[in-house]
Every structure is written in C-alpha cells, then in structure tokens.
Design a protein around this ligand. Structure first.
Ligand code: CA
Ligand code: CA
Ligand code: CA
Length: 217
C-alpha cells in the first residue's frame, strides 16, 4: 500500500523508509488470512530506529481502550510480543505485552521472534529467549462479529488499528509466520539460516506465475 520502498535488507532487499501511507497489507478482512489460532510464531529481521510507544513490525489486532484482541510483534518503548488469549479475559480481551529484556542496537539488524503455544507467550531476541509470560491459556482471541471493532487488518510495517496509525521507523525483512510455536532451538536455527530455505527464482511457483501473467496479458 502507498509507496512502499525497497532498501538494503538483511538478505537481499527489505522494506524500509516507511511513510504514513506505506505498509504491507497482507490480508483484509482478517478472515481471509486464516491466521493461527492455537499456536503461533511470528518472526522478522528488523532495524528499529524508533522503539515507539506503539510500534508494529507484524500484527493483526485491535487495542482500543479495554477492547484488546489479536497479536502484534512490535514495540512498547522496548521490543514486545503482545497476544490476546482465551484466558485471562475481562470480557473484551486482554493484550499482554511481553517485553524483551535484552540488549539490542537501534541501528543494527535484530532478529525478533514471538511464540505462543497455548500456555506461554515468549519473545526471542537474536535467537535467545528474552522474556515470557505463563499466565495464559487457550486460543488466540481475534476480533469477531458483534465486537466494537469486528475486524482487523493483517499488516507488516506499522502499528495500525481503528484509532492508531504509526509507521515503523526503520527496516523489516524476512517475515515468517507459523501456526506452531517454534522451539528455542528452531528459533536460533532460523536466525542463523540465510534468508529463505528455497530461492524462488526459476522454481515452479514462480515459473507458473510468469506463464500465467504472460497468458492473461
Ligand atoms: Ca530480504
Ligand atoms: Ca487502538
Ligand atoms: Ca479488556
């Protein structure tokens, strides 16, 4: 969306220099995205020059007063992973921000990953566990019909819900989303891998895309 810019990435190119209208709209309405409900891992390489009070790298959420649903990997003056789960719940959802207690450099690439396995929310910085919260059980709460905000957008590059809109200050690369909670070992392995496991160039999916595009021209 907007005028999304490519910048030098951790691997190849990345998204960066976000202005107010630039972001990646992965899915809207949210239902189209079929997001993880029971277990989740959200992972990205980021440069974060802002560490905003309300910062978002990757997210799909509504956090409006006491109405708090979805999840967001981003910042709350420090790097955080926030998830709203079945329990605890005050009736309209509670987003628990798990803060990363780790050292990181504002101008450097940081590997960030958040996981939830139905019991524990965890945040990893550069492959090391940097924070967790065990007082959670059940499925992830998403906005639904009948709620004060019945939908959310699945977004990369900003903290955005119906009443907030803050672009990321820095770069974002190699975003991954899993419908399982990766182990500490797997998180570290992902951090140490060099970009995607498969280079898409000349692979069947890309070739088919090209053939299809040429045919429909
Ligand atoms: Ca890249
Ligand atoms: Ca809000
Ligand atoms: Ca609430």
């Amino acid at each position: 969306m907007g005028n999304l810019k490519s910048v030098k990435g951790k691997f190849g190119m990345a998204f960066g220099k976000f202005s107010q209208s630039d972001f990646v709209l992965v899915a809207s309405p949210m239902k189209k995205a079929k997001l993880p409900v029971k277990d989740i891992t959200v992972e990205a390489w980021v440069i974060d020059e802002g560490l905003l009070e309300w910062g978002g790298y990757v997210g799909c959420f509504q956090d409006n007063g006491s109405f708090e649903k979805g999840w967001v990997l981003g910042t709350n003056n420090a790097i955080t992973f926030a998830v709203s789960t079945e329990k605890p719940n005050d009736g309209d959802g509670i987003l628990t921000y798990v803060v990363a207690n780790a050292k990181y450099n504002k101008g450097k690439w940081i590997h960030v990953a958040g996981t939830y396995d139905g019991k524990k929310i965890k945040i990893y910085i550069n492959g090391e566990l940097a924070g967790d919260n065990s007082s959670h059980t059940g499925d992830i709460n998403y906005p639904e019909e009948g709620d004060s905000a019945p939908d959310a957008e699945f977004i990369i590059g900003k903290y955005k819900d119906i009443n907030k809109n803050f672009p990321h200050q820095g770069s974002i690369d190699e975003v991954k989303l899993y419908e399982r909670a990766l182990s500490a070992a797997k998180n570290k392995k992902n951090m140490n891998s060099h970009g995607l496991a498969v280079n898409q160039a000349d692979k069947l999916g890309m070739m088919w895309g090209t053939i299809k595009r040429n045919r429909t021209r």
